[in-house]
Design a protein around this ligand. Structure first.
Ligand code: URA
Length: 288
């Protein structure tokens, strides 16, 4: 029994505080729309024996049903191409049309093909200095990033700022973006489809920033950009020359600051990675 429950509350009823906590849980998980007044227990429904008589096995397969595709909305003349079908070849073609970061941001704002966007508050495009020689790539926005539209502003972002400060960096000297620019509900990992769809935008962002060094933060960007199945704890600390679109860049994989918050014992490894980055900066950054 919950410690703070009012004494007179019957079992099964929720107190005001419990209701607020439950709604907050639903909101964080991306459940923000009620479809009925009362919950439907679909487990109980599917477990109940069906009243319908069993269907005899069809000797011949029924003819395929043709589902008409949904009509596409008319294109507004002069507006950037919009997508509603979530096809990576479309995001690739779309991203290639952006000649500046502002153009890329505008077309990502207009893009409707990624279901993550429907639940997100806004696009979380980038933070930091677009002229920077060091680019950091995270996974995707969390709650605070979704609310502010800026990557790494929550607790993990504050730790990232301290990690950067330890080697003389701050957000005027780095550019920060994420693999997916819209928040995955409940902070889950982006799915393979969402990553495939959004990666062309990130690739174009890298091409336009053209950093001299790149750092992947955690599993998701490391697996995607290093093209490896190995986990981050094995790959961290390693440098690899990456070809990201048309841009070649030495990249370092390191641990995600959110992981370091949960696993403080791993901070010494991240510190080694920061030293490795500082060493590489001495060779690469500010040398024309
Ligand atoms: N985690 C990420 O990977 N990116 C953010 O922007 C915030 C948290």
């Amino acid at each position: 029994m919950h410690q703070d429950r009012p004494q007179n509350l019957p079992d099964g009823d929720l107190s005001g505080a419990e209701l607020v906590a439950l709604l907050e849980f639903y909101r964080a998980a991306g459940v923000d729309f009620a479809v009925a007044e009362a919950p439907i227990d679909r487990f109980a429904l599917s477990a109940a024996p069906s009243k319908a008589r069993p269907m005899p096995q069809a000797a011949v397969a029924p003819p395929p049903v043709s589902v008409p595709s949904a009509p596409r909305p008319a294109q507004v003349p002069g507006a950037p191409a919009l997508s509603l079908n979530g096809d990576p070849s479309e995001t690739r073609a779309l991203a290639a049309t952006a000649n500046t970061l502002d153009e890329l941001k505008a077309l990502m704002n207009a893009y409707e093909g990624c279901s993550l966007k429907k639940r997100a508050t806004q696009l979380c495009f980038a933070d930091g200095n677009p002229e920077a020689e060091i680019m950091l790539v995270g996974e995707g926005p969390g709650e605070q990033e979704d609310l502010t539209g800026k990557p790494f502003v929550g607790r993990a972002g504050q730790l990232l700022d301290r990690m950067l400060a330890s080697i003389g960096l701050d957000r005027t000297k780095v550019y920060i973006a994420n693999m997916v620019p819209w928040r995955p509900p409940g902070n889950r990992d982006p799915s393979a489809e969402e990553l495939a769809l959004c990666t062309p935008f990130l690739i174009r962002q890298v091409e336009l920033v053209a950093p001299k060094l790149l750092v992947t933060l955690g599993n998701v960007p490391t697996k995607s950009l290093f093209e490896t199945q190995a986990g981050i704890t094995r790959v961290r600390g390693q440098w690899k020359e990456l070809a990201i679109g048309s841009h070649r860049v030495p990249a370092l994989a390191t641990l995600h600051p959110a992981y370091l918050l949960r696993t403080p014992g791993a901070k010494s490894l991240a510190w080694r990675d920061m030293l490795s980055l500082r060493h590489a900066m001495a060779g690469a950054v500010g040398k024309g």
